[in-house]
Design a protein around this ligand. Structure first.
Ligand code: SF4
Ligand code: SF4
Length: 203
């Protein structure tokens, strides 16, 4: 796909925010494409992982933040492991999701943030996921009431689906949620000031 570089769309300040959140320098990427070649989800992504990096190098944060890619990424870290420049691309994807949510952008695949929120809510409630409730809430929330119900009996008889939640781990989960809450409280409200030299295309 062809992209036209429009000065008004270039946001070096947001690139710096992504770098701060991920701890990575996007200029380290030299576009070898090894991350995309190994990514198990790349075929379904609108931007392969290396192109997400390229968009950030060009300062085109809207393209990265509005992509399906950041929501499809499964955080498997294959890209991170394969990168010859030791760029933690999985952390960059995480930072992009974080920033997209902070800005209130709508995910192009609405079920994914809904699933993530529901999953975390259950971890907070029980200390671990209760699959029966997760499936129920997800199916009702997405109006796909009978999605995957035929799989339930098989999972149940194999002991993979419990009828009642377990509260084991609730004590250990609570401090983790509290730590996230504290970290969010100390997050800067505004991204750092724009650096004019940042976000320019790499040579
Ligand atoms: S593997 Fe690393 S250097 Fe290569 S394109 Fe991906 S992020 Fe860039
Ligand atoms: S972490 Fe995300 S982008 Fe990287 S290989 Fe896994 S799914 Fe693909």
């Amino acid at each position: 796909m062809k992209y036209v570089l429009d000065q008004e769309k270039i946001r070096p300040d947001l690139v710096r925010t992504i770098e701060r959140l991920s701890g990575e320098d996007v200029r380290q990427c030299y576009q070898c494409g090894k991350c995309s070649a190994g990514c198990p989800i790349a075929a379904d992504m609108d931007l392969p992982p290396n192109q997400v990096m390229r968009m950030l190098q060009l300062g085109l944060t809207d393209e990265a933040l509005d992509s399906r890619t950041i929501w499809l990424c499964a955080s498997c870290e294959t890209c991170t492991t394969r990168c010859p420049r030791e760029v933690d691309l999985a952390a960059v994807m995480d930072a992009l999701r974080h920033e997209a949510l902070r800005q209130g952008r709508k995910s192009p695949i609405r079920q994914i943030p809904f699933f993530n929120r529901t999953f975390l809510r259950l971890i907070k409630k029980y200390g671990r996921v209760f699959e029966m409730e997760l499936i129920g809430r997800f199916n009702v929330g997405t109006l796909h009431f009978f999605k995957d119900v035929t799989k339930a009996p098989r999972l149940f008889f194999r002991g993979r689906l419990k009828l009642w939640p377990s509260f084991k781990g609730r004590k250990t989960a609570r401090p983790a949620f509290q730590a996230v809450k504290n970290a969010q409280r100390h997050e800067p409200a505004e991204p750092p000031a724009a650096d004019e030299s940042a976000g320019n295309p790499t040579p």
